[in-house]
Design a binder for this molecule. Structure first.
Ligand SMILES: NC(=O)c1ccc[n+]([C@@H]2O[C@H](COP(=O)([O-])OP(=O)(O)OC[C@H]3O[C@@H](n4cnc5c(N)ncnc54)[C@H](O)[C@@H]3O)[C@@H](O)[C@H]2O)c1
Length: 285
């Protein structure tokens, strides 16, 4: 297996909210990054998001290098074959088992046999993702939090077959990106989403049932429980489709107490996915 000191190039699959954030923090830490998405426009959106995030950090004097120097280490591509030189890959494509298993099959083909393949899945089983390939012991969950450049925590998730030194590498790599880690067994939702998703869904249901306006739902939870965002604004921030996918997985695995809120399903059906589409529970520029 390739250890931390062997890692020069990090592959990132998916250039969306999480993928571009992971690419940014890896490049900021000095790694060369190849970020792959399925269409050029998604790659370009990801590169633009990195550019504006780095400019904001630079304006606050939070970078050791210029944004240009960091961005020079990032290559965007639509060709999975460009991940051939990756020493570690983090997958951050859609929260869909079939998509992830297809991606892992491709990654097994294009990368060297000793390369660790990590997934940023929020709720899907690491063990089931890994079962699609032969390199099961080199698959691990590396669950970054959103927004990746700002949030300091990363959840390391161990699958049934994950080798102990792969788990150790996942912790060490995240720490090298300036993050703090904790570990979860491969159980639905891990530590964070198992507790967060029912909280978000209950906030949506309470709003839908007229308990309070959306502003007061969020204000009540922020001021009343000392969290930085209320459930509706946090759901917009995460992406309502991502919340629904996560809730459906938890519902399927853990039963009715995890049932997704009706209004969450309706908003996703309407294409109002939160911040990333400009509209969710709130509107964004
Ligand atoms: N949004 C969050 O707050 C959050 C937090 C932690 C983990 N996650 C997880 O991270 C993953 C990505 O979530 P996101 O919010 O970035 O989603 P997103 O919708 O913003 O981005 C997903 C990207 O993956 C791309 N994609 C789809 N199939 C692909 C493939 N075969 N190869 C390469 N790219 C592909 C899509 O085109 C899209 O650009 C999901 O598994 C999600 O559960 C999300």
């Amino acid at each position: 297996m390739r250890g931390l000191s062997d890692i020069r190039t990090v592959g990132v699959v998916g250039a969306g909210t999480m993928g571009n954030g992971i690419a940014q923090v890896a490049a900021t830490a000095g790694y060369d990054v190849v970020m792959r998405d399925i269409e050029r426009r998604f790659v370009d959106n990801g590169l633009e998001a990195i550019d504006s995030s780095l400019s904001r950090l630079d304006a606050k004097d939070d970078l050791d290098e210029s944004p240009d120097a960091i961005e020079d280490r990032i290559t965007g591509t639509t060709d999975i074959g460009d991940l051939a030189d990756a020493d570690l890959v983090v997958e951050a494509a859609l929260e869909d088992m079939e998509v992830k298993q297809d991606v892992f099959e491709d990654l097994e083909d294009v990368t060297d046999d000793d390369v660790v393949l990590a997934t940023n899945t929020s709720t899907l089983s690491i063990t089931t993702i890994a079962s699609a390939i032969d390199r099961e012991e080199l698959v691990v969950g590396l669950h970054f939090m959103n927004p990746v450049p700002i949030m300091t925590g990363v959840e390391v998730v161990t699958g049934e077959k994950t080798a102990p030194d792969v788990t150790d590498l996942a912790h060490a790599f995240a720490e090298d990106l300036g993050k703090e880690t904790w570990e979860s067994d491969d159980k639905p939702g891990f530590v964070t989403n198992r507790v967060l998703m029912p909280w978000i869904n209950e906030g949506i249901r309470a709003y839908d049932e007229g308990v309070a306006s959306k502003e007061d739902m969020d204000k009540g939870m922020k001021l009343g429980t000392n969290v930085p965002m209320g459930p509706l604004e946090l759901a917009d921030h995460i992406g309502l489709d991502i919340c629904l996918d996560a809730s459906e997985t938890l519902h399927e695995e853990l039963g009715d107490r995890y049932k997704p809120a009706y209004l969450l399903k309706r908003k996703v059906a309407a294409g109002d996915l939160g911040k990333k589409t400009g509209k969710g529970f709130y509107e964004y520029d």
